[in-house]
Design a protein around this ligand. Sequence first.
Ligand SMILES: [Zn+2]
Length: 325
Amino acid sequence: MNWISNYVRPTINSIFSRREVPENLWTKCDECGTMLFHRELADNLNVCPSCSHHMHITPRARFKAMFDGGVFAEVTVPEPLPDPLQFRDQKKYTDRIKDARRTTSEKEAMLVVEGEMGRTPVVAAAQDFSFMAGSMGMYVGNAIIAAAERAVELGRPLILFSAAGGARMQEGILSLMQMPRTTVAVEMLKEAGLPYIVVLTHPTTGGVTASYAMLGDIQIAEPGALICFAGPRVIEQTIREKLPEGFQRAEYLLDHGMLDRVTPRGQLTDELVRILRMLMGLPPAVAGDLPAPETAKAPPVPDAPAAEAATDSAPPKSTPAPKAK
Ligand SMILES: [Zn+2]
């Protein structure tokens, strides 16, 4: 009943318990209900090991798995005007941004990077659904333009991973303006003769589907991804009819000619490398772990046919060859 037991002890306990028990050690699969340990899930790229349901993955985690050695460099995106309309619904728009930054530790809803995958240099951009539903605002528009400009500057292909609830309503007409802006950015790549590949992830909806997410030279989707302009519920209410099973899902769209491929997340990197090398006219990628560049150069020196050829013409030359070994 004194201040030590009422105030000091709970405060100390809360400090220690916060450190000892990290949150979210277990995640429940939305599809089959299996409880999955966080490390096991992360190792499997957030794909459920028992039913292969594709859960949300952050751009950073995706890029870490995708690029050679997990190495990539961020491309800087010009900052747009913050909250130009001074928008407020239940919360101020600036507060919503602050909350999203705190929970995701990301600046905005899109991450643009450059790096090599399977020794193929690329520029990649990915939308973060956990940041205000990945909504397309001015920053996302700037990010896509920065990605396209960087790709043209370096002469590299651009891969874009889309995931969005649509345009960012808090920016009103300015968010809708990103549709033509990003379309122009994609056009820049086409004029430069560089491939633009879109990977549609769950969910890709609204203005994003109506612009850059549907303009790829190759359209790939992750299994089970919802891809639509208006959602199934809205359509059902409008036309007052029951929609077919799996309507607007990746597999349905593939069957109806809207997509080129539906590829599981685990196979995506290899597939992208294969497609990009084909489109860029590069030799096929080497499968498996590649040796470091230094050791790759070494083998031609002690090569048997080369040493034999040397002995035929001049005998003394055969002596340096074994030394090289
Ligand atoms: Zn599952």
